[in-house]
Design a protein. Structure first.
Length: 102
């Protein structure tokens, strides 16, 4: 699992039948800023994920990849490699809040 920020969406009119109606979002993985560990920063990479929780652009989300992306009832029959499984409220590192409010 990893944290990511939703940066956009993908529209695909031609796709396999099982993917019809699936919301596809572009995400950028996040990591703790190694200099001061007081915030999250982007890695510069992007992924396309199936959204299972109704997230939107700008939100920080929890991502799973590989076979874990197909472990939910909604995704078990989809040909996917990454899924959004949660919307993040807060992140704490070593007792300090680095994202969200308390």
């Amino acid at each position: 699992m990893f944290l990511a920020r939703v940066t956009g969406s993908v529209v695909s009119t031609q796709k396999v039948d099982s993917m019809r109606g699936q919301k596809l979002l572009i995400v950028e993985p996040l990591r703790v800023d190694e200099k001061d560990q007081s915030s999250l920063k982007g890695t510069g990479r992007t992924f396309i994920c199936v959204d299972t929780v109704g997230s939107g652009e700008g939100e920080t989300v929890l991502i799973v990849q590989g076979s874990s992306a197909r472990f939910t009832e909604e995704t078990k029959k989809l040909p996917i490699d990454a899924a959004i499984i949660g919307i993040v409220d807060t992140v704490e590192v070593q007792g300090k809040n680095v994202f969200g409010g308390k």
